[in-house]
Write a protein of this length. Structure first.
Length: 221
């Protein structure tokens, strides 16, 4: 496999990073790798995610190959805030704005209409894209430094053990990833609540930490 930079077939770079004060040098290096089409594993509020430039089809192809992922499975994206989501997909439905303002950053994924020209690998041909703002300092620092959305799928082989630390990422992905930002173990826990706001009224696609009753109550107010 040809890697980014001058490190063909090498084990991933591993950089220690602290959530309290993420190293600007480590974050800048990770963002640079993303811009070159590379893959970066980084900690989120639930597990380690595998980041690629969401606007780069070749990087997304690499991500699917690294994970051994079916092309029928869409890939969610991580954004830094509500404004980045709007810049990506345009004006949001009122329900999406209300949910985002209440639950972002946090365990809520909003399914929205994908922007024109979005890579079909991300949407699995559905025309929809899932967006989330992670409640994790390192992830947010990386997305902000990169300046645009990154993929937020788990940093493991498809069907593999949840990657809750850098060791597990490297056991499963090895030289398939270019860099791992190592924060140590993350909390784990259930996957985010997923709400499809392309439909009116919105539909809860997957139950998660945010209960259906909370969402319905907010939308009915």
């Amino acid at each position: 496999m040809v890697r980014t930079g001058d490190r063909p077939n090498a084990q991933a770079i591993r950089l220690a990073i602290t959530p309290q004060a993420p190293s600007s040098r480590a974050v800048a290096r990770a963002a640079s790798i993303l811009r070159k089409g590379g893959l970066v594993a980084f900690p989120t509020d639930t597990l380690y995610a595998l980041g690629a430039d969401a606007s780069n089809p070749l990087a997304i192809e690499r991500l699917f190959a690294a994970k051994g992922r079916s092309r029928k499975a869409p890939i969610p994206l991580l954004v830094a805030d509500l404004m980045m989501a709007i810049q990506l997909v345009g004006e949001l439905p009122d329900a999406a704005v209300r949910l985002a303002k209440r639950y972002w950053p946090g365990p809520l994924t909003l399914v929205l209409w994908a922007p024109r020209g979005a890579c079909t690998l991300l949407t699995a041909g559905t025309g929809r894209i899932g967006l989330r703002v992670p409640d994790a300092a390192v992830a947010l620092a990386l997305i902000r430094r990169f300046g645009s959305p990154v993929t937020g799928t788990s940093a493991n082989r498809s069907g593999g053990k949840d990657p809750l630390d850098a060791d597990e990422v490297l056991r499963q992905l090895g030289d398939r990833v270019d860099l791992v930002l190592d924060e140590g173990p993350v909390a784990g826990g259930s996957s985010s609540t997923v709400v499809d706001v392309t439909i009116s009224p919105p539909v809860i696609v997957r139950q998660g930490p945010i209960l259906q009753e909370e969402i319905l109550s907010l939308l009915e107010c």
